[in-house]
Design a protein around this ligand. Structure first.
Ligand SMILES: Nc1nc2c(c(=O)[nH]1)N[C@H]1C(S)=C(S)[C@@H](COP(=O)(O)O)O[C@H]1N2
Ligand SMILES: [Mo]
Length: 357
């Protein structure tokens, strides 16, 4: 179970994790597809070294015909090129109080890539799922210790999720071979779910007849209010809008300085519960809201652009906010209503302090 910090200062371990796992600078929100080196990164353990020439992926467990797929086999299968947004479930954790000691994300645990790969479903059909298969388990090559348990990073998906046609095994990112840090040579991409489901460095795919009880599945990635709370599993992304911080920053505090007059505020918004249907902008810390203009996303699972022409009138300090609402009616909370033990799925509205004049 997590330890907590109530201070604004980060521990040496948190800083260490943040240095290993960089986020996307929010000015990267200007790109519909995030340039590879700008995409956020999250690796729990070490980045494994895997030789693509000898790589083979077993598809095993409760199947009629186990498979062993090389990278060439996978590339010879039908290919799809799919833009999809990735977001770490730990986003916003650093803003909580008390704060679970873990990867201390602010708002930058995001990126949107164009993934090339082959759909998982036909592979599972070829292997022939047996009647008692209930979940598909995805195991990564990376190994380490968490909560005193030695493990490979592994997560399962219920059958109906694993069989969604947009769940793919990806070997390219933005038209280039998958980089080592993003899961080379092969990773799972599960659109609409938080990033933990998109297992990198795939070692094995296994059909199982009992729900998977591994640590990353049953203990971590749950919304819990206390240690005793059984909680609910973290699955789809909550609606979220972020803005490119306007104006110019102060080096250390990142306070923004904006000239008086009109300023175009732009950003992107997404949700794992259906398309974003509305983005609102507030110049006064969320007291008043006005509708932003929405653009079209580059794909169904990509983020949606929005913009707002803000008249930065009188000199002074302003707190700019943006808020997304999706087709399911879900929207973003204004405060720490999102607190939970693991610090998952936090989507409180972004607040950007700007000084005009
Ligand atoms: N094998 C493996 N897969 C993994 C992880 C990991 O540590 N090991 N981290 C997960 C988490 S928590 C996230 S948010 C995404 C991050 O993907 P990215 O680093 O390509 O942005 O990968 C997921 N897949
Ligand atoms: Mo994550």
């Amino acid at each position: 179970m997590p330890e907590f910090a109530t201070s604004q200062e980060f521990t040496r371990e948190e800083v260490g994790l943040a240095l290993r796992n960089p986020g996307m600078p929010l000015e990267g929100l200007r790109y519909p597809i995030t340039p590879i080196g700008m995409h956020y990164l999250l690796a729990h353990f070490d980045i494994p070294f895997i030789d693509p020439a000898t790589y083979e992926l077993p598809v095993t467990g409760r199947v009629g015909k186990p498979l062993g797929l090389t990278l060439d086999d996978l590339k010879a299968r039908p290919a799809v090129r799919m833009p999809a947004m990735m977001e770490c479930a730990g986003i916003g954790r650093a803003h909580l109080s008390p704060r679970p000691i873990s990867m201390p994300w602010h708002n930058e645990a995001i990126g949107c890539s164009e993934w090339t790969g082959t759909p998982l479903r036909p592979i599972l059909e070829e292997a022939g799922l047996l009647e008692d298969a209930v979940e598909i388990l995805f195991t990564g090559h990376d190994r380490g210790i968490d909560q005193d348990v030695e493990q490979n990073y592994e997560r399962s998906l219920p059958l109906e999720e694993a069989l969604r046609e947009e769940v793919i095994l990806a070997y390219e990112m933005n038209g280039q071979p998958l980089p080592p840090q993003h899961g080379a040579p092969l990773r799972l991409v599960v659109p609409e779910w938080y990033g933990m489901a998109s297992v990198k460095w795939l070692k094995e795919i296994k059909a199982i007849s009992e729900p998977f009880e591994g640590l990353q599945q049953a203990l971590l990635y749950h919304y819990r209010q206390s240690e005793e709370d059984p909680g609910t599993p973290v699955t789809r992304k909550n609606p979220h809008a972020l803005m490119v911080p306007p104006g110019i920053p102060d080096y250390l505090s990142r306070t923004r300085h904006v000239s008086p007059g009109r300023t175009l505020v732009e950003g992107r918004a997404w949700s794992g519960y259906g398309p974003v249907e509305r983005v609102e902008f507030s110049p006064d810390g969320g007291r008043t809201w006005d509708d932003a203009t929405l653009g079209e996303p580059v794909g169904r699972y990509a983020w949606r652009p929005w913009s707002y022409e803000w008249d930065a009138g009188e000199p002074g300090e302003y707190e700019l906010c943006a808020r997304a609402t999706d087709a399911s009616g879900r929207t973003q909370p204004a405060d720490d209503g999102a607190w939970n033990q693991g610090g998952y799925g936090v989507n409180v509205v972004q607040r950007v302090t700007v000084v005009v004049g």
